[in-house]
Write a protein that binds this ligand. Structure first.
Ligand code: FES
Ligand code: MG
Length: 570
């Protein structure tokens, strides 16, 4: 017997209620048969001209619609708040949880049987996936694709070069005029950042979790095949509704382990950690910060992409895309995991190979044997912190240095270029109050630019530690996500300039060499954290956000509330 569609609780009704549910929809010119048993598919669109990475999504949605109609479904596109990294102040991360709530409620409240999630710029992926998981109706992701590789004076460039250019201008190697020329060449097509930054890492995350069709991660936004994939995604969601294939069927513990391993193989973003933890929390799969270290430990870096390597997302596509990356580490993966196309992860990669070993290297001759996310513990970060070794400097993996402490990002900006600042290449730059609660919203400031006077001496990397995040396009020996953050009054909040800090990546240690007695004294003098935000969403955020080691979701959003709505509105 055919299952009754959820949408029929609206459109299948007789009398006054059914009239109201259908009649107003008919003002869009919808024929009667659309209300009589066709799967209704929501297209959750993060299109916005304020989110340049997703600005092409209205056109892409047309391809999704074509596919839905071809498969016998009834598409209904709806907008949700769109989070662009480049314009939103004080940080798009402040709003990830808000959007996840909006997406969850929008899906549940409406007559939808399935949903296509249109994701691009960094936070648009986790926020939509988190929301959809908390409702748990059939859901599939289509990503917008990366931009074409940027060009500047005969060179290939991408977002990671921005950090280099910025240091070059500060050290006098590059002029403002040249910087402006680079600006014009960086973003020359539709799409999101062209390197393995957070947006691309998120596209790889959904593909490795099994939430998108195979190939989704790497097709460039400007490539016609992106539209083809969008159309196929539209076709597939209709069948997923018929099969009742839900996120909770796909997102098993094994799927999360696969995603962690794939993120290591691609040199994916550190932000992946926070977003994957939050998604796991929504589907109720136990996942800990330590899992990221454990499951990426034996995975080599096989994708040679910036910021850990040399190439760009466009090159990844031509070399075979994410399926070819997964193929290199196939023996490490749970190949039996079911994915949204109804096939297993193993079946999806069975016929793939790397077409360019420069870009996708074999696991036995990798780009870098170091990969993944290392989780550090010690008295400086009782609940952990992370570092991405593939984007760091080997000579700083074991380092002891004197702390130079900045109380917040404004303090850093005020003093970093002061010629009198007591700092040398062995110092450890410490930034406090960039955490989820303290900032609030945990901005991408952790890859602090180096002091100008050291740049002029040719210093290119230093150990930096913060309770903030860094852009997935960033690099350097940067320790991030210190938990508990400064605003939670952990040991991290007690560090003072001059203290000795010891980083030992191989042994997973991060310690502050200050005596317990002294720390106790400092704690007595410390004023408790007081947020200046007394109203509105920011107040809600500060009161309910969890620490980075738990995914920085709200404490009341764990799990899901299902898709049932028992009461009618009229
Ligand atoms: Fe949108 Fe980088 S700014 S992906
Ligand atoms: Mg970013």
């Amino acid at each position: 017997m055919e299952r009754k569609l959820r949408s029929q609780q609206w459109f299948g009704k007789t009398g006054k209620d059914g009239f109201i549910y259908r009649a107003w929809m008919r003002n869009q010119g919808i024929p009667d048969d659309h209300f009589r048993g066709k799967p209704v598919i929501g297209i959750c669109n993060t299109w916005s001209e304020l989110t340049p990475c997703n600005a092409h999504f209205r056109e892409l949605a047309e391809s999704v619609k074509k596919g839905i109609i071809e498969a016998g479904g009834f598409p209904l596109e709806f907008p949700v708040m769109s989070l662009g990294e480049t314009l939103i102040k004080p940080t798009a991360m402040l709003y990830r949880n808000l959007v996840s709530m909006e997406v969850e409620e929008a899906i549940r409240a409406n007559p939808l049987d399935g949903v296509v999630l249109m994701c691009g710029c960094d936070k648009t992926t986790p926020s939509l996936v988190m929301g959809a998981c908390s409702v748990d109706i059939p859901s599939i992701v289509i990503s917008g694709g990366a931009m074409l590789t940027g060009k500047y004076r005969g060179r290939n460039i991408g977002t990671s070069d921005l950090w280099r250019f910025s240091e070059d201008v500060r050290s006098g190697v590059m002029s403002e005029e040249e910087l402006n020329e680079a600006e014009a060449g960086m973003c020359r097509s539709r799409g999101h950042c062209a390197v393995m930054g957070t947006a691309s890492s998120m596209a790889c995350m959904v593909e490795s979790l099994g939430l998108s069709l195979p190939g989704n991660a790497a097709i460039p936004a400007a490539d016609s095949n992106r539209k083809v994939l969008a159309q196929l995604t539209g076709r597939r969601i209709v069948d997923m509704v018929r099969e009742d294939l839900k996120p909770s069927d796909v997102l098993t513990r094994e799927a999360f382990e696969n995603a962690i391993k794939v993120n290591a193989a691609i040199g994916g973003s550190t932000n992946f950690v926070i977003h994957l933890l939050a998604i796991a929390g929504r589907v109720g799969v136990p996942l800990s910060l330590e899992d990221f270290d454990i499951f990426s430990r034996n995975i080599p870096l096989v994708a040679n992409l910036q910021p850990s390597g040399k190439y760009f997302m466009e090159d990844l596509y031509y070399a075979g895309g994410l399926p070819a990356v997964m193929k290199q580490i196939e023996s490490n993966l749970h190949t039996g995991c079911i994915t949204v196309n109804g096939k297993s992860a193993g079946e999806n990669i069975s016929k793939t190979k790397s077409w360019d070993p420069q870009v996708i290297a074999p696991a036995d001759a990798p780009v870098n044997p170091r990969s993944g996310i290392v989780v550090l513990k010690g008295n400086l970060c009782e609940n952990g912190s992370i570092i991405k070794p593939s984007a760091a400097s080997p000579h700083l993996m074991q380092h002891k240095g004197r702390a130079v402490v900045f109380s917040d990002i404004e303090d850093y900006k005020r003093r970093i270029n002061d010629p009198m600042l007591e700092v040398d290449a062995t110092s450890v730059l410490v930034l406090k109050n960039a955490g989820p609660k303290g900032y609030p919203g945990m901005p991408e400031v952790g890859n602090l630019g180096l002091p100008a006077k050291l740049l002029q001496q040719g210093v290119t990397d230093m150990v930096r530690i913060s309770d903030g995040r860094m852009s997935g396009t960033g690099f350097g020996t940067v320790v991030l996500h210190v938990s508990p953050e400064a605003a939670e009054n952990g040991t991290f909040s007690l560090i003072e300039t001059g203290d000795m800090i010891e980083l030992d990546v191989d042994n997973r240690l991060l310690n502050l060499h200050v005596s317990e007695v002294e720390l106790l004294e400092r704690r007595k003098r410390q004023a408790p954290f007081k947020s200046p935000y007394t109203r509105g969403y920011t107040r809600l955020f500060v009161e309910h956000v969890e620490q980075a080691c738990q995914g920085a979701d709200f404490d009341f959003l764990k799990g899901g509330s299902g898709s049932e709505v028992t009461r009618d509105s009229h």
